[in-house]
Design a protein around this ligand. Structure first.
Ligand code: GRF
Length: 193
């Protein structure tokens, strides 16, 4: 299965996927990594792994043309599943419809709790005892699409935000490759929505 991975920053989730493919735990090929930020460290990770990269700067386009530019590049590489990994732009219906049911996102909270940015901090500050990680299909809303996989992360008594953040990321790096693996094996059922 050919993956197209969209990033904006660090790319630690991208790295986890690269590693699992290299270790042959995940049977997939990353056909293209696109970043809307040319300074995203994830681009360096992709290049080091010999993966094709593209920078599509959202500032250079209208919203519609930005998405069209990404669609063209993804289609040119034969991408079958679009994987959002820290991609910090909201996609419109046009993009979502083009890849209907074939776009995944990972979110660092137990959706529908704490959607949007700053989710780890919001959960930590809320006093909840449990947060976690969600992988979901993307719809045109913000973190609202059908939920595919979730894993809980209990917040420890007196835990620092740094510690919680690190533990959430560790879970992400297991859960995202796992979700992609299940998808490639046809084992993921859409949520009830
Ligand atoms: C992750 O926490 C992910 O849940 C969120 O953005 C972050 C991306 O981190 N959507 P990285 O770029 O994969 O390191």
């Amino acid at each position: 299965m050919k993956l197209g991975i969209l990033i904006s920053g660090e790319g630690t989730n991208l790295q986890a996927i690269i590693d699992q493919i290299r270790e042959e735990k995940l049977r997939a090929e990353i056909a293209l990594v696109i970043s809307n930020q040319e300074t995203a460290y994830g681009l360096v990770r992709a290049r080091k792994a010999g993966i094709a990269t593209a920078v599509v700067r959202h500032q250079d386009y209208s919203r519609e043309a930005f998405e069209e530019a990404m669609i063209q590049r993804l289609e040119a590489k034969g991408v079958e599943l679009v994987v959002l990994a820290g991609f910090m732009r909201i996609l419109t219906k046009k993009f979502v419809d083009h890849f209907q049911g074939r776009i995944m996102n990972i979110h660092p909270a137990l959706l529908p709790s704490f959607p949007g940015t700053g989710a780890i901090e919001k959960a930590w500050a809320s006093g909840t005892q449990v947060t976690g990680v969600t992988v979901h299909f993307v719809d045109p809303g913000v973190d609202t699409g059908p939920i595919l996989l979730q894993r809980e992360v209990p917040i420890r008594e007196g835990e620092s935000l740094e510690s919680l953040t690190q533990r959430i990321h560790e879970v992400e790096h297991e859960l995202y490759p796992e979700a992609i693996r299940l998808y490639t094996e046809g084992k993921l059922k859409k949520g009830k929505k």
